[in-house]
Design a protein around this ligand. Structure first.
Ligand SMILES: [Zn+2]
Length: 124
């Protein structure tokens, strides 16, 4: 794993996150480790760039993320996307859709199956 200088940002790493719009693998993946001091707490920010749809980011706190956000740059501010005329700021994951009892169970926070976004359906 290559780190960028003294910062806690790990670059050239892998993330289970994919573009929530086109499901492409993300480029320029960055992972910021916020857990650090406590070994049993996994707390990370993941950011990555879809060549077509820009930057996305999510937060892992010992469990798979519940939402993936569109951001203006890694660890930046949320940006608004318009898809089929609908404003979207975040993409709920499959994990978010699990019932609370299932969400409380111990799962691998990096299991890609939980990172998939709810399929975006168009009622039209
Ligand atoms: Zn994309």
């Amino acid at each position: 794993m290559v780190t960028s200088g003294n910062s806690r940002d790990n670059v050239r790493v892998r993330t289970p996150m994919r573009c929530p719009i086109c499901d492409a693998a993300l480029d320029n993946v960055l992972i910021r480790d916020l857990g650090g001091v406590t070994a049993d707490l996994i707390w990370q920010l993941h950011a990555g760039e879809c060549p077509e749809h820009g930057w996305f980011q999510t937060e892992v706190i010992s469990r798979p993320p519940r939402e993936i956000f569109a951001v203006d740059r890694p660890f930046g501010v949320a940006r608004r996307l318009v898809i089929d005329g609908e404003e979207i700021y975040s993409f709920p994951t499959v994990f978010n859709d699990l019932p609370p009892s299932a969400r409380r169970q111990r799962v691998d926070p990096f299991d890609p199956k939980y990172w998939r976004v709810r399929h975006h359906t168009n009622a039209g």
